[in-house]
Write a protein that binds this ligand. Structure first.
Ligand code: ATP
Length: 415
């Protein structure tokens, strides 16, 4: 039997679409490491009766329910009351927890409000989950052989609490060693192009592993999970054979395993080759530099990232010609080329990459629609400039072009 976890996400802002849920994927990946899985998720409003009814309805022996959000001090934070209703117990004041909350406020030279006192109430029989990043402790409580873990909404608070206290409890509840699992990360290929190529390979391994394809912004993650606990060494060996097969079919589309990030992989390649990179960004506004510098040690290969947003800055910092801007506009093959070549020449880097485009939602014309982007690579071999019209909102367009230009460089480095 696989450990069964359900998630109840509380928050009007999630249902209204004002905030994108950040917990489900995290919790899913975390519980998978102990061979458990999320079997259902529920998104509910900040409504005491609805939360209580949802909790009550989902209680089942040997199941764990993770509830997130609504543990704060404000009037719409009613999760603690609702969970107590759902399991049929009352709330109890915990003096030790109140002292702890007062202490946290003191640390900031503040005094808690009377409303913060609510955060020291817990359903009878709860174990408190300490919160090192906020003032709302979480709690775990059992009902009918079901574990209910209740955590605050902010990801930076929920995640460490999930990783420590809740995961430990789940481990002892489900009594599990991890199932063998591995992720193979690919780039530059969509799911529909990949599927027919890998069908046969997947078929050979499907008896031992579940294989899922999870698309991400620039490719697909292929996740292999053992169907049953077994000889880990043997499973690892079989997974190695799967990886060999995948690499044989997809070549350098496979850029790494596990949680390895694409920019970090590019960084490794540059470092290994003793080469350097400089970036000229317009519409991506620093996104590429940020993703590259997230990897420790990036100063070994990243020389500069210039965000040249205005025409004047493109001229001054990158050496783009005024005439090119006048004749072709900033969103053009010519300007993108001069940006990549310019940053490369000015920094002496092995490679220069550049982006320019219209991220929207305004600024599009018939000739240059929203989503039109140019991205380029300059090297000893000259410049290679590509253009695409990417669908999606402003954030998506920027993320896509950032990924696309890195992919252009990746192809050059792995050719
Ligand atoms: P706080 O003590 O900060 O008030 P809380 O437990 O009361 O925490 P909420 O008030 O529900 O939590 O939410 C706090 C913040 O966390 C809000 O910005 C909210 O949008 C965010 N948040 C809540 N649930 C999620 C979620 N599923 N994914 C991402 N963010 C979330």
């Amino acid at each position: 039997m696989t450990g069964e976890v359900e998630v109840i996400l509380v928050g009007d802002e999630l249902l209204k679409g004002d905030r994108r849920d950040a917990h489900l994927q995290f919790i899913g990946a975390l519980v998978r490491t102990i061979g458990a899985r999320i079997t259902q998720a529920h998104m509910v409003p900040d409504n005491r009766a609805v939360i209580a009814a949802t909790v009550k309805a989902r209680i089942r022996k040997d199941r764990a329910i993770v509830v997130s959000g609504g543990l704060g001090p404000t009037h719409d934070d009613i999760t603690r009351e609702a969970v107590a209703d759902g399991i049929g117990v009352s709330l109890e004041f915990r003096e030790d927890q109140w002292k702890w909350i007062v202490g946290v406020f003191k640390g900031f030279s503040k005094t808690p409000h009377e409303s913060n006192k609510r955060q020291a109430y817990f359903p009878a029989g709860s174990d408190v989950i300490p919160n090192d990043h906020g003032t709302a402790p979480g709690f775990m409580v059992e009902k009918g052989g079901c574990l209910i873990a209740v955590l605050p909404g902010p990801p930076r608070e929920l995640r460490p609490m999930m990783e420590s206290a809740v995961l430990d409890r789940l481990k002892s509840m489900f009594g599990r060693e991890p199932l063998f699992a591995e992720t193979y990360r690919t780039t530059g290929i969509g799911e529909s192009d990949m599927t027919p190529k890998v069908e046969l390979l997947f078929g050979h391994f499907e008896k031992e592993f579940t294989i899922s394809s999870l698309p991400h912004i620039g490719g697909v993650d292929v996740v292999l999970t053992a169907r049953a606990r077994g000889d880990m060494k043997k499973q690892k060996k079989r997974a190695g054979e799967f990886e060999d097969g995948l690499r044989e079919i997809l070549g350098t589309h496979v850029f790494g395993t596990g949680t390895r990030d694409f920019p970090a992989v590019i960084g490794d390649l540059l470092a290994k080759r003793g080469e350097t990179l400089a970036v000229a960004e317009s519409l991506t506004g620093g996104l590429i530099g940020k993703s590259l510098t997230d990897a420790p040690g990036s100063s070994d290969y990243l020389l500069a990232d210039v965000v040249a947003y205005s025409n004047e800055s493109k001229v001054e910092f990158l050496g783009v010609k005024k005439k090119s801007l006048k004749d072709h506009g900033a969103v053009s093959d010519v300007v993108c080329r001069e940006m990549a070549a310019g940053i490369r020449a000015r920094t002496g880097a092995t490679y220069g990459i550049s982006t320019t485009g219209i991220a929207g939602p305004d600024g599009g014309t018939k000739d240059k629609p929203v989503g039109l982007t140019y991205f380029g690579l300059a090297s000893d071999d000259g410049e290679k400039i590509m253009h695409r019209v990417f669908p999606g909102d402003r954030t998506t367009v920027r993320e896509r072009v950032a990924y696309a230009v890195l992919n252009l460089l990746y192809r050059k480095l792995t050719r």
